[in-house]
Design a binder for this molecule. Structure first.
Ligand SMILES: Cc1cc2nc3c(=O)[nH]c(=O)nc-3n(C[C@H](O)[C@H](O)[C@H](O)COP(=O)(O)OP(=O)(O)OC[C@H]3O[C@@H](n4cnc5c(N)ncnc54)[C@H](O)[C@@H]3O)c2cc1C
Ligand code: SF4
Ligand code: SF4
Length: 395
């Protein structure tokens, strides 16, 4: 290296990317997850979103420059690309902001400090939760200990308990009414305007990795004051979500399982469904595959790598939550919850099956990230094992 090169200070490049670049790089290429980060941050309210079957993709509402460009972007507005957790080098950006370093190539499930299995100590919370009821217990705890005013979570429509919709919860009753998992998509950040209208200034966001990567990306890229209310970020491990059509076209049409009679569902190697008549059904995940929501096809983030705490249900026991504690704030809260008896916790490393699955499912998701996008999510991902060649036919 020459003296001239080393003495020249690097000029920071100005961030100029706007809707035009977002549409070309993320939406048109199929990288968009429908997380709604761009929608809720747009300072001019010109990004629309349809929370309907087969949609879940943002679109431009103004017609002046057509669907591919934005008048405000042409005048210098760049908020949407700063907020998007699939635009540019989003993974290093959120890593640096949260952890001060990028993940090591072998950190398939992202950066973490503690790996635990947890469950709510309160029987009612435990019973209402999908796995150990940890997420609901933590929301109740964060509210009671004045960390947050409210949380953005997934509720359901009044007339359809399996049609998810983004809602704001602030009381124990509201939190428990929205516990459990819906396996269709719910862009929880879309509840932000409702939270603001109610005067809530300190929020927790519950969501899959596609959603929980958004606040740290916004903070790192200085997307503006809209990122401020997100104080606590709770991730849900996730391989995919399904289109709502799966209820009518597969569960009902082929297996006669009516949506309104379903009381619980889970995904543990198969799609498991409990009906109100007490029957239990398992449907092969391969059969469900064709109803995978488009936005999940290229998603590399199984482990919700940019949450304060990420949670999942893999492992030997159905009634514990696998809990990945990532940030200092996450450690502070989990330690206080254990100390005051709000949750029971044990080391997750005791459950070898959960540890193996966490790594394996994280790798499987990372392999979906396309080669022509920013390379970071694919760094360190081992190639799929080659299948053994078929034995030569006997002579
Ligand atoms: C779509 C989806 C896919 C998942 N896939 C996996 C997986 O492959 N492997 C795995 O280990 N874990 C997966 N999980 C996480 C798991 O189902 C539990 O959410 C997690 O273990 C926390 O359990 P809990 O009992 O602590 O949470 P609870 O106390 O039951 O709280 C769950 C929280 O999730 C919110 N929520 C429910 N449905 C949605 C939704 N569709 N979108 C956004 N928020 C929602 C609820 O509002 C509630 O706040 C998935 C979750 C979802 C929603
Ligand atoms: S991934 Fe999220 S922020 Fe990015 S374009 Fe899609 S909805 Fe907008
Ligand atoms: S797989 Fe899960 S985390 Fe990824 S885009 Fe789909 S819903 Fe989001």
């Amino acid at each position: 290296m020459t003296v001239t090169e080393s003495a020249t200070p690097a000029t920071p490049t100005r961030w100029t990317a706007q809707w035009k670049e977002l549409k070309a790089e993320v939406i048109d290429t199929g990288l968009c997850t429908g997380c709604s980060g761009c929608v809720v941050t747009c300072p001019h309210d010109v990004i629309g979103y349809e929370h309907e079957e087969g949609k879940y993709v943002p679109f431009h509402l103004e017609t002046e420059l057509g669907p591919d460009n934005c008048v405000h972007g042409e005048k210098g507005c760049t908020t949407c690309t700063r907020a998007c957790p699939r635009f540019g080098a989003w993974e290093p950006s959120a890593d640096m902001h949260l952890f001060g370093r990028i993940r090591e190539p072998d950190e398939m499930a992202g950066i973490w400090q503690q790996l635990l299995l947890t469950r709510a100590s309160d029987d009612m919370v435990h019973k209402m939760g999908q796995d150990g009821g940890f997420v609901s217990a933590m929301l109740i705890w964060l509210r009671e200990h004045d960390y947050i005013d409210a949380a953005l979570v997934s509720g359901v429509e009044d007339d359809d308990r399996w049609k998810a919709k983004p809602v704001v919860v602030s009381t124990r009753e509201e939190i428990l009414a929205t516990a459990g998992s819906r396996y269709t998509y719910c862009a929880n950040p879309l509840a932000l305007p409702e939270a603001k209208a109610a005067g809530h200034e300190r929020l927790a966001l519950v969501g899959m990795g596609c959603q929980t990567s958004s606040p740290p990306t916004m903070w790192d890229r200085k997307a503006g004051k809209v990122a401020k209310p997100f104080l606590f970020n709770i991730g849900l491990l996730c391989s995919k979500t399904f289109d709502d059509a799966i209820f009518a076209e597969l569960f009902e049409a082929k297996y006669g399982l009516a949506k309104q009679d379903m009381v619980k569902m889970n995904i543990k190697g198969a799609f498991q469904i409990w009906m109100k008549d007490g029957s239990f059904h398992e449907i092969d995940l391969k059969e469900c595959h064709q109803w995978t929501r488009k936005g999940c096809n290229h998603c590399p983030d199984f482990a919700a790598e940019h949450a304060d705490i990420s949670t999942g249900g893999i492992g030997e026991d159905n009634d514990w939550t696998l809990t990945i504690v990532r940030t200092d704030l996450g450690v502070e809260v989990i330690n206080r919850m254990i100390a005051d008896g709000s949750i029971i916790a044990r080391p997750a490393q005791e459950d070898e099956k959960a540890m193996k699955l966490l790594r394996m499912l994280s790798i499987v998701s990372r392999r979906r990230w396309p080669n022509d996008a920013d390379p970071a999510p694919a760094v360190g991902v081992p190639p799929p094992k080659k299948k053994a060649p078929a034995p030569a036919p006997a002579e």
